[in-house]
Design a binder for this molecule. Structure first.
Ligand code: BGC
Length: 697
């Protein structure tokens, strides 16, 4: 039976040829929603129920979509369900994230997720989520396929840029903030659940992960999004301990749905994330996208043969209806203007985020800011290129974008000369200018969805360019474009200043210019560790069919091995200086269910106003199991005028210090001493320290 016939048998054949007028549910309370679902379910045939459990293909979508888009743009939703008009069941209509909405429309292009992770600013990230949620809804969709909260296990992961970083606490805080923002308007979809961090063999590989690593490293950030009431979660392409991730009953039914008590729905990643209808339905995967390969006839047969209970189908439908009725009311389209999409307000937010995301990694001799510079040589092809990041599903097409060279050329009073790759010209220009800026790094060809990075270095040609520039002019700054860590052997020591700009979005060039010239003080911090060389890390097994995930990664790995990184996790400089002092705990001991308050004073001891990200880490003294040297447990961004001191407060809950005890299958807070660290980065020398004890209940 082909999909259309299936739709017809399911009683919704008209929808395939005519444009349905959707009857939306009223804004209902939770109880009313449950009652409404209870009246609808018995009126649905099994075919109809199953028709709600899968998407329809894009070309079919074009025929059936009700639209709400700008004329001439088609209806390019990323995914789409059929809905059932006679019962007022709305369609699920998805658009992709996470650096902006969709890719057919002229939407706001924000800095990539990794850049936003570097802001360490959940309040700002919530605003980003709210803008994307608004734009999604103004375009007629009701679900945004974001945030991406996969943990960066190895810096060569092709999709690193889509996620916020390597640390589960940080990922959870940022992802939950984004989710809350999106859900002011539409359903969010944190993705990809779970242990998804290799591209090259992403649909075939099996992530072999032990229970403790799974619980402590790979899942807590998903749980934080669940606590933020995420409407849906996308399962990943990879297998986890055998079955496909979304077909893994332990991951989906036992942990996500039962243990965490989550009432949303699980959507499969787009084709390739499923291979067995029975296994998927019994594990609790609710919606197959983008079309019915398994959740059509195969699911029907499995139900008919008693392999999948009708209750599992009812549950999937219930979960989707619950979220649809929660989000899609009669006024769904009202008050949302497409004119606001990528308008002044949204673009201003994209710029603010770009400003706060860039990380100053080196600034010998205060080469930056480029004060007094009247003539500037700009070098490197990436200065000119519109370099917004990956061109996979996270592609965004903004109405404009400002490459770095363009922004610098538009700076009043500055004379800019440019050379792409020619070393001879680069040398001449650098020599004859007050300063030189070299833009190097990566683009979508080097890293992106479906392909991992081949190495952690930048190209030899770019390294030559840096050396030439720095050799010709001492006032040399490198701007690095990348979505993840880059190693810098052979060139870092040559350049006095280095600004990491990530993929900074449609306003990126403007933000880079403001930072280079000191109109904005840099304040981003690294949400990932930068190793000195790839050899410092474990092997990246992107070609393997089975990959074992065990123990620690990122800064936890390097610290555990006693290896000094190139730049530590949490590191980032400023044009001013901060001093930390007065680390205080409100008590030196707490019970296993207790909570303690930590405070630390941060003073701006420099001459410029700035923003600083204060960080809190905890170490485990005498733990009976292997633990990381320390782990991030809190962070807070503060704005400080010169001379100003602010007291930053952190809450520390004993339960957040627990490890997962596989013998008892439970979280266990150890009654031991804990080391406490506060400061500007994870580097030991930068941190103030104290300790406390957990004992008793
Ligand atoms: C990606 C998802 C994306 C989906 C829809 C998949 O290939 O992994 O992140 O949301 O496509 O475009």
């Amino acid at each position: 039976m082909d999909r259309r016939d299936f739709i017809k048998t399911a009683g919704v054949g008209v929808a395939a040829v005519s444009i349905p007028k959707m009857i939306f549910a009223a804004a209902l309370t939770g109880d009313e929603i449950e009652r409404k679902i209870a009246t609808i379910l018995p009126q649905l045939s099994l075919d109809e129920k199953i028709s709600l459990m899968n998407g329809v293909l894009r070309h079919t979508v074009k025929e059936i979509a009700s639209g709400g888009l700008r004329p001439g743009q088609g209806h390019g939703f990323t995914g789409y369900t059929i809905g059932i008009e006679r019962l007022g069941i709305p369609q699920i209509k998805c658009l992709d994230g996470p650096r902006g909405v969709g890719f057919l429309y002229k939407t706001t292009c924000f800095p990539v997720g990794m850049a936003r992770g570097a802001t360490f600013d959940p309040a700002l990230e919530q605003k980003v989520g709210a803008v994307m949620g608004y734009e999604t809804r103004a375009l007629g969709a009701n679900m945004l396929l974001a945030p991406c909260i996969n943990l960066l296990w190895h810096p060569r992961w092709g999709r690193a840029q889509e996620s916020y970083g390597e640390d589960t606490h940080h990922l959870g805080v940022m992802g939950a903030a984004f989710t809350r923002g999106v859900q002011q308007h539409v359903m969010a979809c944190p993705k990809h659940y779970a242990v998804n961090n290799i591209e090259d063999r992403r649909t075939e590989m099996d992530a072999l992960v032990d229970e403790r690593t799974l619980r402590e490293i790979f899942l807590p950030h998903f749980q934080k999004c669940v606590e933020a009431k995420a409407a849906s979660i996308m399962s990943s392409y990879n297998h986890v301990n055998g079955p496909k991730a979304g077909q893994n009953k332990h991951l989906v039914r036992e942990i996500l749905k039962n243990e965490w008590g989550w009432d949303g729905f699980v959507v499969s990643d787009w084709g390739g994330a499923m291979d067995d209808a029975t296994q998927a339905a019994n594990a609790g995967l609710d919606l197959e996208m983008p079309q019915a390969k398994f959740y059509g006839e195969k699911l029907k047969a499995a139900v008919d043969q008693g392999k999948v209970p009708v209750a599992a189908v009812d549950e999937a439908v219930t979960r989707m209806l619950r979220q649809l009725f929660r989000f899609v009311g009669p006024d769904f389209g009202k008050g949302y203007s497409q004119k606001k999409i990528a308008g002044t307000e949204h673009a201003a937010l994209a710029k603010e985020v770009a400003r706060k995301s860039m990380v100053l990694l080196k600034n010998d001799g205060n080469v930056l800011p480029l004060s007094g510079v009247k003539t500037l040589a700009v070098l490197g092809r990436l200065a000119k290129e519109p370099n917004l990041g990956d061109r996979g599903s996270s592609t965004v097409t903004p109405p404009y974008n400002v490459p770095i060279l363009k922004a610098l050329r538009e700076k009043p009073g500055l004379k800019v000369t440019y050379s792409g790759a020619s070393l001879v010209r680069a040398k001449a220009l650098a020599k004859n200018s007050d300063a030189v800026v070299v833009v190097v790094g990566l683009n979508y060809k080097d890293e992106g969805e479906g392909h991992d990075r081949k190495s952690m270095v930048i190209s030899p040609a770019q390294i030559k360019l840096i050396k030439t520039a720095a050799g010709a002019n001492k006032k040399c700054a490198v701007v690095l474009i990348a979505g993840s860590a880059v190693t810098m052997e052979g060139w870092l020591e040559k350049t006095p200043a280095l600004l990491l700009a990530w993929y900074p979005g449609m306003e990126g060039g403007n933000a880079v210019t403001e930072i280079l010239f000191g109109e904005v003080n840099p304040s981003g911090k690294l949400p990932i560790v930068f190793p000195k060389s790839e050899d410092q890390l474990f092997k990246f097994e992107n070609k393997a069919l089975k990959v074992e995930y065990k123990g620690f990664h990122g800064y936890r790995w390097l610290e555990g091995k006693g290896l000094e990184p190139l730049f530590p996790f949490g590191f980032g400089m400023s044009y001013t200086q901060y001093k930390y002092g007065n680390l205080k705990l409100n008590k030196k001991s707490m019970g296993k269910n207790g909570r303690l308050e930590v405070s630390v004073d941060v003073t701006n001891i420099g001459k410029l106003a700035g923003e600083e990200v204060a960080q809190l880490y905890v170490g485990y003294k005498g733990s009976k199991v292997e633990r990381p040297v320390k782990e991030l447990k809190g962070f807070s961004r503060v704005a400080l005028e010169p001379g100003q001191t602010k007291t930053v407060k952190f809450d520390l809950n004993a339960k957040d210090l627990a490890y997962y005890n596989t013998a008892t299958s439970a979280w266990e807070v150890e009654e031991i001493d804990y080391a406490l660290f506060a400061g500007p980065s994870s580097r030991k020398e930068d941190l103030l320290s104290d300790s406390f004890k957990v004992s008793g209940a």
